[in-house]
Design a protein around this ligand. Structure first.
Ligand code: NAD
Length: 474
């Protein structure tokens, strides 16, 4: 029987595959590969009349740039190896999208559904306290963000905890990203990872050569999409590609099973249904399939795993029928499955690129916090008045009876509107996702020894990290 490597081993295997194609000295290769440090903390919180002990981690993979950056995950599966693998992915992800951070990741072994909001606040604050006092949460050294099982609410508690412990730090808001707007957050952060998945798909579909490799053609419109996990990332990705690009989400897989509708599911209605009932079962106008994982093997054009690690592995890889898989989750494909899929001709848009939208917008949030001003505040009205000037002049020319054109009201309204923070964030995210894709595809197409986008992504990012170490004299 073939045994599957762990998530961490998978990341190592993929790293090795790429590094073999590079000309790094063994010492530098080792420096880039290893995880610099992992802090483990066990702390007690008095809840429901007794002390409960929790285990948490904060791992720092690479400090070639500081602060280091990476989410905090709340899940029962959290353990040191997983956190270290995720921290390594953060290093490569930041390098790929040129966010000026090293890589880090944190996790707390907990099932958030077992505790009420007040209890979760006590646990989160206590975990944050342990990390803050060791500078493992700090605006200039280590800046967490949301991940599986955490969101704006937890980030708001963390920033408040940091403020209580660092009352004179003027940059306190920058100690964590993914905060609610009223705690120093930025417009567009909640949707950012899913939005990045959409921009990544849009960019892929701009290149005929790339589509041909996946045996696809045309645009995103009417492409059949299957999404696993309708949480933060999966929901936004599914919503945007269906509502804005006209793709059909034909199946959604959740923890209790899957729902299928060949004509396309309404993502907002499905999300409401999940919020009300706790799962996808009994959703109207869709067939329910209790064995959700089997739906990963259904015929479709694009598969978006957006839930867990290792869901496409040696047990199901040869039955996957999707032409294109975009890894919205971290590590959904094991290294063994990766090889099987590559031989089948399936194109994989790798996690370190596909879900980098979150860290990209986190970077914008961090910059906003350090500059203490919302994006667009200084220039928006000035931009509008310059546009008004141009329109007035065009209108004046239009009054000339020898010229017969006129500007439509719709055009005028759109042209006159100066960009607000959300539009600027989306523009910056789109630009980052396009540039990163182009850097990967350039390597993918220009070298015969680079078989896929993942190897290309590793090559680009390892080279950037190595260059940064070299410039420090290492
Ligand atoms: P989330 O907790 O919001 O959503 C996860 C979803 O997966 C939930 O709806 C859950 O019910 C579902 N799920 C759980 N077990 C499942 C199963 N067995 N089958 C199908 N669905 C299942 O988490 P998220 O923030 O959306 O993160 C999802 C993935 O994306 C993770 O791998 C995370 O590391 C990655 N990611 C998240 C962000 C972010 O900004 N949130 C950024 C980068 C990467």
């Amino acid at each position: 029987m073939t045994t599957e490597p762990s998530f961490r081993e998978s990341v190592d295997i993929m790293f090795n595959r790429a590094v073999k194609l590079m000309d790094l000295s063994p010492g530098l290769e080792q420096k880039v590969r290893v995880c610099n440090s992992t802090y483990t903390v066990r702390f007690g919180v008095r809840l429901r009349g007794q002390i409960h002990t929790f285990t948490g981690y904060r791992s720092v993979h690479s400090e070639h740039m500081e602060p280091v950056k990476g989410g905090i995950r709340f899940a029962m599966g959290v353990e040191q190896d997983e956190v270290e693998a995720l921290a390594a992915l953060m290093t490569y992800k930041c390098a790929l999208v040129q966010a000026p951070f090293g890589g880090s990741k944190g996790g707390l072994r907990i099932d958030p559904r077992e505790w009420d909001a007040h209890e979760m606040e006590q646990i989160t604050r206590r975990f944050a306290y342990e990390l803050i006092k060791r500078d493992l949460i700090n605006p200039s050294q280590n800046v967490p963000a949301p991940d599986m099982g955490t969101g704006e609410r937890e980030m708001a508690w963390i920033v408040d905890q940091y403020r209580r412990m660092n009352t004179t730090d003027i940059n306190a808001a920058a100690c964590v990203t993914g905060k609610p707007i009223n705690s120093g957050g930025i417009q567009g952060r909640v949707e950012a990872t899913g939005r990045g998945v959409q921009y990544a798909l849009q960019e892929f579909f701009r290149y005929d050569e790339d589509k041909a490799k996946a045996n696809l053609s045309g645009k995103l419109k009417d492409k059949r999409v299957i999404v696993q996990g309708l949480g933060n990332v999966g929901y936004h990705a599914a919503k945007f590609v269906s509502e804005e690009d006209g793709a059909k989400v034909v199946a959604v897989i959740e923890h209790d099973g899957a729902v299928v509708n060949a004509d396309g599911l309404n993502i907002d209605l499905l999300r409401e249904h999940i919020e009300m009932t706790g799962g996808v079962k009994d959703f109207l106008n869709a067939e329910f399939i209790p064995d959700g994982a089997s739906v990963l093997e259904m015929d479709c054009d694009i598969l978006i795993p957006a839930a867990l690690e290792g869901v496409i592995n040696l047990t199901n890889a040869d039955r996957i029928k999707a032409n294109l898989i975009i890894e919205a989750a971290n590590g959904p494909i094991t290294s063994g499955a990766d090889e099987v899929l590559m031989h089948k001709g399936v194109v994989i848009i790798p996690d370190m690129y596909a879900n980098a939208g979150g860290v990209t917008v986190s970077y914008f949030e961090w910059v906003k916090n350090l500059s203490h001003i919302r994006f667009g505040r200084m220039q928006r009205r000035q931009e509008e008045s310059r546009h008004q000037l141009l329109l007035d002049e065009l209108q004046r020319l239009g009054d000339d009876p020898s010229i017969t054109w006129n500007l439509s009201e719709d055009f005028k309204a759109k042209y006159l509107k100066g960009a607000d923070e959300l539009e600027l964030v989306r523009s910056g995210l789109d630009d980052s996702m396009r540039a990163a894709y182009q850097s990967m595809r350039q390597v993918w197409h220009s070298r015969d020894d680079v078989p896929d986008l993942r190897t290309a992504a590793f090559l680009v990012s390892i080279e950037r990290v190595a260059a940064s170490y070299r410039s420090k004299g290492l």
